[in-house]
Design a protein around this ligand. Sequence first.
Ligand code: NDP
Length: 330
Amino acid sequence: NKVIILNKRPHGKPALSDFEITNEEIPLAKDGAILLKTVYVSVDPYLRGRMNDAKPYVPPFELDKPIQSGIIAEVIESKQENFKKGDFVSGNLEWKEYQTSEGKGLHKVNQNEAKLSSYLGILGMTGLTAYLGLTEIGLPKKGETLIVSGAGGAVGTVAGQVGKLLGCKVVGITGSDEKVDLLTSKFNFDHAVNYKTTPNLKEAVKSACPKGVDIYFDNVGGEISDAVLANINKYARLPVCGAISLYNKTEVPIGPRLQPIILTKSVTIRGFIIGDLAEKFPAATKQLTAWLKADKLTFSETIVEGFDNIPQAFIALFEGKNKGKMIVKI
Ligand code: NDP
């Protein structure tokens, strides 16, 4: 039974040597417990924060202990009444091939309703983040211009599509020409910009958004966000969803002072942590499921195969190797 533990706290960008694969016996399910076999593992940028010895919004991972993330697992033995053998569950579980659980925090997922892996993406944490971040904080109105950074990823692809469904003009910022094409062909974005090859991002945003930016769904922070803010409209809303461009920085970078723009444009900036909006999950999931069934929403996944490759898949998030949701299939 393989287990992945945090070997060292990453300094800057995570490295494979920060992780170690160890072995333990497959545990026995005691009375009241279930034995789970891991099927799909979600790797997510926020896990980087939990690898530091600081308290972000969730406690840090402990050294030499298994890492946890969103996982889909199959119940292979059950000694409790809520789950039976053959059920699939979703929950925050450990990076282990097999583990036991008393079922706390686990939800059954139905593979006849949707692809199992989609419960880690569009019907899971990242889909909810995109939908609720945009609708609750971005407050989109028909005809407005929405710009999304990190647009080619799990959250970004959904945020942009939801913006289109709600009548916005949608522009994406992403890190490759392949993702630029994907955004405008598959995901219905009106326009997309490659921040890695555009010589002047501020000007590129200006020409993609001739009427200015009314909503900026920010997944990345840093210089990309500075370029967007230079084009912000009066009364714009700015849901701060993530800041991946800053997660691996070992020193706090200094940027332009943006207060005069925020002030004179009366911009509302609001960060959010998706877990704090949990009471809105059932209605949001219902809407996302309905759009998916009606083919109004689509999704991409980058699937990496093999338990041993979980750390590599996680690191690849910081290299932009994923299109849509990054998932490891065991
Ligand atoms: P993604 O699927 O978007 O994967 C990460 C992507 O970020 C990469 O593919 C890469 O794409 C981009 N990226 C990596 N490094 C940089 C960089 N230095 N500058 C700009 N872009 C970079 O991940 P998620 O959709 O899961 O998450 C997106 C963001 O949302 C993250 O910041 C995450 O922390 C945040 N988040 C926040 C939640 C909340 O509760 N607030 C919940 C879930 C996610 P590219 O090719 O474009 O560079």
